[in-house]
Design a protein around this ligand. Structure first.
Ligand code: 6PG
Length: 238
């Protein structure tokens, strides 16, 4: 587990932006699962503004680790957030973008998207393998759309399942733990003081860490990096 602490969201965005750039420079097609929520907004803005011309977008396929079951025009849509902050500003071919069809029936879409991942990605250990999975973490320690109350979804045998947000009841399609942990590399991007306590518990293996889905992220590749801003890292004593 690597941890990088940045002085600001912009410098965190810069660190992560160069990961994408380096991956796109390999010349191979790379498959990246994006996270949603609000943290990526500043990161995508930075990537678009500072590296939009440098990243070889033809070499990257974008997927989503989870998506809200809403239309792509809905303000809740992770796809819409990504279009607004990144895809509308860079020259990524449409055919490289594999969104979850949030407007579809959730159960049917979980099956369809599983098949998309199983056909587009290399299959390693019998599981679709991303080159990079980008993750966020909720205040409650959830990641992708697997929440503490239904942490057992992490071990589902499916590639994608339907999850329900514990407060809003919103349905979501999410990849499962086996897909996350089969990735070549995993990047957690977490900012804000409200995440600091959970970060400490998970990194230091303290308190109720085992109850948080984020603590189950342990890629078999061992390539896991936490990109934190100093607020999110403030409880870590190093
Ligand atoms: C989602 C995300 C989710 C997110 C965390 C953190 O669809 O909401 O994929 O896992 O990464 O909830 O969200 P914030 O970045 O908004 O804190």
């Amino acid at each position: 587990m690597n941890i990088t602490v940045s002085s600001s969201k912009d410098s965190l965005a810069e660190e992560f932006a160069y990961v994408l750039k380096e991956m796109s420079d390999t010349g191979e097609k790379i498959h990246v699962a994006l996270s949603g929520g609000s943290t990526p907004k500043v990161i995508f803005d930075y990537i678009a503004e500072e590296l939009g011309e440098d990243i070889l977008w033809d070499n990257i396929n974008f997927y989503w680790g989870d998506e809200r079951c809403v239309p792509p025009t809905d303000s809740e849509s992770n796809y819409k957030m990504t279009v607004d902050h990144l895809l509308s500003k860079v020259d990524m071919p449409e055919e490289n973008i594999f969104r979850v069809l949030g407007e579809n029936d959730p159960e049917e879409e979980a099956i369809r998207y599983s098949k998309v991942l199983e056909s587009e990605l290399p299959i390693v250990n019998g599981i679709p393998q991303f080159d990079l999975v980008m993750l966020g973490m909720g205040d409650d320690g959830h990641t992708v759309s697997i929440f503490p109350y239904n942490i057992e979804l992490w071990d589902a045998k499916e590639t994608c399942v339907v999850a329900v947000h514990p407060d809003s009841g919103q349905k979501r399609v999410t990849i499962t733990g086996k897909v996350v942990n089969n990735a070549k590399a995993v990047a957690f991007l977490v900012t804000g003081a409200n995440k600091a306590e959970k970060i400490k518990e998970i990194v230091m293996l303290e308190g109720n860490y085992e109850k948080y889905p984020a603590s189950l992220v342990k890629p078999t590749s061992d390539d896991l990096t936490w990109y934190l801003d100093k607020e999110a890292a403030k409880e870590l004593d190093f």
